[in-house]
Design a protein around this ligand. Structure first.
Ligand SMILES: [Zn+2]
Ligand SMILES: [Zn+2]
Length: 383
């Protein structure tokens, strides 16, 4: 990224701090015409001034960027500071002047470098694939087949677009130069606009006969089936990169990548919290009171768990290493079992009588929580 000029943008354009958009545009137009590279061939000072003015205009013509600049100065746009950065290729930021300057900002004045860079090898597009897996699959890791369609290199012509055995000839559209010249008129006068030839993609050569499979594009649609390993411990929203399984590159560039975005289905019993899994487990009033052994579900089947006598509702038991593995590193999280003591309902008359009998036999030491609670109340209200 090009270093930003240290001079004040208002000073560069020669306007007041409170200048209107119209004044800013006018000032910029004037400077741009004066220092335009077409009028100052080989004058590096003019080129620098032209760039400086463009930079100032790009910031000050955008109300959002301008207010940022007013508050933070040019450091707000310094790429290293994490700001938006300044980009000469960003034509859109030039508003209605974009068309006029478009050809100057493609990487070199006159467009010559621009067309060369366009015919350079480029990596293909990345593809995104959404995959849903179960919590169990995420805990153990899973291999799944994905199938999709992508743009791939034509195997008949190996991506050249030429029918095998067909000779190459000079492109008739650009006469082998790879460039198309256009004269355009603007408020700066008339100048030449050079663009890459779209018939030969800037190479200057075309096949005598186009490939019968791809019609000369070098690209075909391809159905892909690919087995993908999802690592144990993956979380919802994380992605797995499958290198080279995106779309074909341009001008012989490498394939893009395939990104598998993983989503984990909601589980009926478990909820993942960090690398632990949490579940609520109902236990009977009797088991909670007398103690006992219950069967608890885990991600890999049920196991037995001891309930001590006198277990209260809401108590959490920790089952070590029964959670989700750490995706980087060793070990696993735990399973947290929160027990909910179920109060029996729909009692028969006989059951009610038994409970009443049981209740009358209770001593205050059987209900230590209630005793301490009522002791506190008594202390508070007793004079
Ligand atoms: Zn082909
Ligand atoms: Zn051509």
């Amino acid at each position: 990224m090009r270093k930003l000029s240290k001079r004040d943008y208002y000073e560069i354009l020669g306007v007041e701090k409170g200048a209107s958009q119209d004044e800013i545009k006018k000032a910029y137009r004037k400077l741009a015409m004066k220092h335009h590279p077409d009028r100052n061939a080989g004058n590096s000072e003019a080129e620098e001034k032209f760039k400086e003015a463009s930079e100032a205009y790009q910031i000050l013509s955008d109300p959002e960027k301008r207010s940022k600049y007013d508050r933070f100065g040019s450091s707000a746009f310094d790429g290293n500071a994490g700001g938006g950065g300044f980009n000469y290729n960003n034509f859109g930021d030039f508003g209605d002047l974009g068309d006029i300057f478009g050809s100057f900002f493609g990487g070199g004045f006159g467009g010559g470098r621009n067309s060369r860079s366009r015919s350079r090898a480029r990596k293909g597009s990345d593809l995104r694939y959404n995959m849903e897996i179960t919590l169990e699959e995420s805990a153990e890791g899973v291999e799944k087949e994905v199938s999709y369609t992508r743009e791939a290199k034509c195997s008949t012509c190996n991506g050249t677009g030429a029918e095998p055995g067909s000779k190459m000839k000079t492109c008739p559209k650009c006469n082998g130069t790879g460039e198309i010249k256009q004269i355009s008129r603007s408020l700066f006068g008339q100048f030449e606009n050079i663009e890459e030839c779209d018939n030969c993609n800037g190479t200057g050569k075309v096949p005598e006969k186009k490939c019968h499979t791809c019609g000369g594009t070098g690209v075909v649609k391809e159905k892909v089936k690919k087995k993908v390993k999802i690592p144990a411990g993956i979380e919802s929203g994380q992605r797995v990169r499958v290198s080279g399984f995106g779309e074909v590159g341009e001008n012989g560039g490498p394939y893009g990548d395939l990104y598998i975005y993983v989503f984990i289905k909601e589980h009926e019993i478990f909820e993942r919290v960090d690398n632990n899994i949490v579940c609520e487990m109902p236990i009977s009033f009797t088991t909670a009171t007398l103690g006992g052994e219950i069967e608890v579900p885990t991600l890999t089947g049920t196991i037995k768990m001891k309930i001590p006598s006198g277990t209260q509702t809401g108590k959490v038991f920790r089952l070590r290493e029964k959670g989700i593995p750490y995706i980087r590193g060793y070990g696993k999280g735990d399973e947290m079992v929160k027990v909910i003591v179920e109060i029996p309902t729909n009692l028969s008359e006989k059951q009610k009588d038994l409970l009443k009998e049981f209740d009358s036999a209770l001593h205050e030491k059987n209900n230590s929580m209630a005793k301490s609670f009522f002791d506190k109340i008594a202390k508070k209200f007793k004079k």
